[in-house]
Design a protein around this ligand. Structure first.
Ligand code: IPE
Ligand code: IPE
Ligand code: MG
Length: 237
């Protein structure tokens, strides 16, 4: 089995998972958050080097106030627990997205986790929080425009590498495999630039039920694909 170097996952279906059990949506988020812990252990064991998960989008603020509050509480707890998870898996954690929208204590917890885990390099774990690809690209363009304005960059020097270097994911290889749980088949403003040549895998399984066996199934599926770039096979690239 060839293991993809970078797996990205849209964690979807928490609410429907809870509803199917006659429980409130918040229960689905609690279970979904717990599932993220074992995912990191499984990903590390399988030898995947980069993992990126979509946990909260720029559009998710539009949900009801109680639901957003529940999610914020879960992020607070999770960011603290994640220090132990990073130690256990020798995993470096990076938050992608615009974190300036979060309460100060959440921003502080993010900085603490990123600084603590910067010593590790066995697994690189990106968590997308208040992330939207259009927002990320807009912020990148703004930074590039500032450089042009200050004279440190010429317009004719701007190319794909310039854009890449100003994204939140700068320096991280593009995902090889994107998994979306919960049955929807859309990209919902996730990594639009980075997914240019990524293989997509959709499953009806709701996120709280997505376990190691489901991950292995997704990787098996990925292995059956012949990766092509512009009509050329990967090994001929
Ligand atoms: C994903 O589950 C978690 C977040 C987006 C925060 P949902 O909350 O979107 O669950 P469904 O899609 O409504 O079932
Ligand atoms: C995508 O799920 C965003 C996250 C998983 C964080 P949503 O449930 O918010 O997306 P849509 O509304 O189905 O596109
Ligand atoms: Mg959803």
């Amino acid at each position: 089995m060839t293991v993809p170097q970078h797996v990205a996952i849209i964690l979807d279906g928490n609410g429907r998972w809870a509803k199917a059990k006659g429980m409130p949506r918040s229960y689905g988020h609690i279970k979904g958050c717990a599932n993220l812990e074992s995912l990191c252990d499984d990903v590390k064991e399988l030898g995947i080097s980069y993992l990126t998960v979509y946990a909260f989008s720029t559009e998710n603020w539009k949900r009801s106030r109680p639901e957003v509050d529940t999610l914020m509480k879960l992020f607070r707890d999770y960011l603290k627990r994640c220090i132990k998870i990073s130690d256990r898996n020798e995993m470096r954690v990076k938050i992608i997205g615009d974190i300036s929208a979060f309460d100060q204590d959440i921003q502080d917890a993010i900085v603490k986790l990123e600084e603590h885990s910067a010593r590790y390099d066995k697994l690189y774990f990106q968590i997308a929080l208040n992330y939207g690809s259009r927002d990320e690209i807009s912020r990148a363009v703004r930074k590039i425009a500032e450089e042009v304005k200050s004279g440190s960059l010429l317009p004719e020097e701007i190319g794909p590498n310039t854009i890449e270097a100003h994204l939140d994911t700068a320096g991280v290889p593009d995902p090889d495999l994107l998994i979306r749980t919960g049955g929807e088949q859309r990209v919902s403003n996730f990594l639009l630039w980075q997914l240019a040549y990524t293989e997509f895998y959709y499953t009806d399984i709701y996120w709280p039920d997505f376990n190691r066996a489901e991950l292995v199934k997704a990787i098996d599926h990925y292995n059956q694909r012949e990766r092509r770039y512009g009509g050329v096979r990967e090994d001929k690239k």
